[in-house]
Design a protein around this ligand. Structure first.
Ligand code: SF4
Length: 226
């Protein structure tokens, strides 16, 4: 598999924030979000080739059972089912971080961490926007992910004006449990995170959705591999 990087850190976001976890960042993402903090993961040829056996061996050097498969967009990788199967056989707890744009059936994944992309993720560059806009949201894929997997739905909030779009998006997906919805501040740097957190916290209080912290930004200012 083409692997961008494998590293050990704390899960920064979602309901498992704070859990020491091994991160497997697969290469390749077809979206081009304006505020993407892993642009180095877009190219499907980024990184190096790893056998699944080598990936499993690499993550076993660290304590704990939490594994995060991320990207890029891991759900477009055809070898993902086998990787998940081998990690499960090694008794790991598996989170898959996805934008919810592709569906794979029957993954032995413990948590599908879905982050649907809102219009606030549109790139400024018109050429990139033309790639991004038609692919960023697929309600039928989101519905299948929510129905098939244990999930969390994380929305990136850039301003309070995003709330209406978030609520409209949730309304289109049948069977969403509001207790699994999280709002997190759009931020690439610690300063941005601190500046937007209070606004997002107020939206959480208003709606009942959970606040998702972003520890990787708060603690390490989003340095690569942290
Ligand atoms: S979906 Fe995720 S990895 Fe892909 S461009 Fe958007 S933020 Fe970056």
């Amino acid at each position: 598999m083409r692997v961008n990087e494998i590293f050990y850190s704390l899960q920064g976001e979602g309901f498992l924030a704070g859990m020491p976890s091994a991160f497997i960042r697969l290469a390749g993402c077809p979206l081009r979000c304006q505020w993407c903090d892993t642009k180095y993961g877009w190219d499907e040829k980024a990184g190096a080739n790893y056998s699944i056996e080598r990936i499993v061996k690499t993550v076993q050097q660290w304590p704990g059972k939490f594994i995060v498969i991320t990207g890029g967009e891991p759900m477009i990788n055809e070898d993902l089912p086998q990787l998940v199967q081998e990690l499960k056989a090694a008794d790991k707890h598996i989170t898959i971080e996805t934008a919810g744009i592709a569906f794979i059936e029957g993954l032995a994944c413990d948590l599908m961490s879905i982050s649907p992309k809102l219009s606030n993720s549109a790139p400024d560059d018109p050429a990139l926007a033309a790639i991004h806009e038609p692919s960023r949201l697929d309600i039928s894929v989101l519905s299948k992910l929510v129905d098939e997997y244990n999930y969390q739905l994380k929305f990136v909030v850039d301003s309070q004006d995003d709330l209406l779009e978030i609520q409209q998006t949730i309304k289109q997906i049948p069977n969403v449990n509001p207790e699994k919805v999280m709002l997190m501040p759009q931020a690439v740097t610690r300063d941005e995170l601190l500046a937007k957190s209070e606004m997002v916290a107020e939206l959480c209080k208003q709606t009942g959705y959970a606040f998702s912290q972003r520890l990787q930004i708060l603690l390490w200012n989003n340095q690569r591999g942290t």
